[in-house]
Design a protein around this ligand. Structure first.
Ligand SMILES: C[S@@+](CC[C@H](N)C(=O)[O-])C[C@H]1O[C@@H](n2cnc3c(N)ncnc32)[C@H](O)[C@@H]1O
Length: 325
């Protein structure tokens, strides 16, 4: 009889981290249903709009998605799409379909997440034509790999791996033909905070030392030492979800230091209050009219506790230092 490995505390901790994928996608699904931004694909991953989210949460997600997209799109323009994008902890992200629709696909987009999340995502892709059709359209031969555990096509690849296991991660990326010579954008959106500072530093160190021309965009918590930050930590802990990397989230400087100490040439970081004020104001005005916001202070506090940090290593002198808000 086959023996099942015992369920350990660390399995439970990883399970809690994986559940954050649903939180992010249900919040995005709700915000898009209200018109905060357009995402025609997320409905195929999250069917229900779910329960109502407060306007400050929706505005926070708006800033997060627009902020990340603005930097991603600037990188694609700078490299004229002659590049790769690697999304760490991508969850149910829909960027592949957006970029395909906008004719802005990189040479190849890789996503990495835990195998169970990847299996779920692939199941949706296999069973929903609006997701599978664009994938098939961007693939030229009959070698499309779409099994339960991974997806590999000419332009899009989804890998199940643990980002804390660098050897396993690199093996899988190489198996699916990552090209270390091509300009490569790494992204992580609320992901590194679930690893210890040492583990995330090893990951960003690996990226800086394996790729000569690269950029890393990281969105996550900041200013976590104050009372509001403490409450955020306690709320997650109540759901068994520990922010193992919270030490790096003390300040914008500690966020920058992770990259500066691991081989990146230059680093910028802004809290989301600053990003919000730098996003295109016409769209901000449209978005702010969607729902009345009573608690302006709460929104400010929320935005002050998240940040975007971006680091570059411009081996080919493509002008990455000009990318910003
Ligand atoms: C908060 S969710 C964010 C998902 C997506 N980036 C977004 O913003 O919509 C965090 C994601 O990171 C993934 N993740 C966290 N730690 C990971 C690890 N060590 N290896 C692989 N994936 C990880 C989780 O499974 C989850 O999908």
């Amino acid at each position: 009889m086959a023996c099942k490995a015992p369920f350990t505390d660390s399995d439970a901790a990883d399970e809690a981290v994986r559940s954050t994928c649903d939180d992010a996608s249900t919040c995005k699904r709700f915000a898009t249903s209200k018109g905060y931004w357009t995402d025609p694909y997320i409905q195929y991953f999250v069917r229900q709009t779910g329960e109502r989210k407060a306007p400050e949460i929706n505005r926070g997600y708006y800033a997060r998605v627009q902020g990340m997209n603005q930097l991603l799109d600037a990188f694609l323009k700078k490299t004229q799409c002659e590049c790769q994008v690697v999304n760490f902890g991508a969850g149910l992200d829909t960027t592949f379909w957006r970029l395909k629709a906008e004719n802005m696909l990189p040479k190849k987009l890789f996503e990495v997440d835990f195998p169970t999340i990847v299996a779920r995502k692939i199941h949706h892709i296999r069973t929903k034509p609006p997701l599978s059709k664009p994938l098939i359209e961007t693939h030229s031969s009959d070698s499309l790999l779409l099994d339960g555990h991974s997806l590999d096509s000419d332009r899009f690849c989804i890998i199940g791996a643990d980002l804390r296991d660098l050897q396993g991660l690199e093996e899988k990326l190489r198996k699916f033909h990552i090209n270390t010579e091509l300009p490569t954008l790494f992204m992580s959106e609320c992901v590194l905070v679930y690893m210890t500072a040492e583990q995330s530093s090893r990951l960003v160190h690996w990226a800086a030392h394996t790729f000569n021309t690269a950029m890393f965009i990281n969105y996550e918590q900041v200013n976590m030492a104050d009372r509001f930050g403490q409450i955020m930590i306690e709320n997650l802990q109540r759901r068994q979800c520990t922010l193992a990397g919270v030490d790096v989230c003390q300040s914008l400087d500690s966020q920058k230091e992770r990259f500066l100490s691991t081989g990146w040439e230059s680093v910028n970081a802004l809290d989301m209050m600053a990003v919000y004020s730098l996003l295109p104001q016409e769209d901000i005005s449209r978005m702010e009219r969607l729902e009345f916001l009573d608690e302006k202070e709460l929104l400010q506090q929320l935005l002050q506790h998240y940040s975007i940090c971006w680091a570059v290593k411009d081996g080919l002198c493509l002008g990455f230092s000009q990318i910003g808000f």
